[in-house]
Design a protein around this ligand. Structure first.
Ligand code: SF4
Length: 168
């Protein structure tokens, strides 16, 4: 199985979630937010493909890392390879953060109705930052997110309660 990436994996981020993290930059995004910092990630044909096993191999060399973060681009639109990577990262003791331009309530609804691959991926995600970037709600003081509409959501708790529970 392959994943389409926008850039090589970042190995040592400290701004995409807590601790030292590897960031997987997925290619392709349908949201086209005005003011997006990564417009080169929008095209579904851009970037390059990499075997999931190659990503897993790179992650196996991480040391002192707290987790991995899926960003983009839109990771939810490559749910199957992201699920496999997340599953293998979890086995290594890494936690999983994921940025999406979709809104959690819509993800939850579609996951149970028409996107079973989203349901699968959610099982491995610890924290999701949801919603599009909205330029008029931009706030540079926010930690781990760009605009005030975006939420940092605890996914295991949210799945258990069937509604968005914020990560503390
Ligand atoms: S969801 Fe993220 S990557 Fe996609 S357009 Fe919006 S800000 Fe850019």
């Amino acid at each position: 199985m392959k994943i389409r990436l926008a850039a090589p994996i970042t190995k040592d981020s400290i701004v995409d979630g807590p601790g030292i993290r590897a960031v997987i930059w997925t290619q392709g995004c349908p949201h086209k937010c005005v003011g997006c910092h990564n417009p080169h990630t929008h095209s579904v044909d851009g970037g390059f493909e990499l075997e999931v096993e190659e990503v897993v191999e790179q992650l196996s060399k991480l040391k002192l890392h707290k987790g991995i973060t899926f960003s983009g681009g839109e990771p939810m639109d490559q749910a199957a390879p992201c699920t496999e990577i997340a599953k293998r990262a979890k086995q290594k003791g890494l936690d999983i953060w994921l940025y999406t331009g979709y809104v959690f309530e819509n993800i939850l609804c579609d996951a149970s109705a028409i996107r079973p691959e989203w349901r699968e991926l959610l099982q491995y995600v610890d924290v999701m930052i949801d919603g599009p970037f909205i330029e008029k709600m931009k706030n540079l003081l926010l930690k781990f997110r760009g605009s005030e509409n975006q939420r940092i959501i605890d996914i295991p708790k949210s799945l258990a309660q069937g509604k968005a529970i914020l990560f503390e």
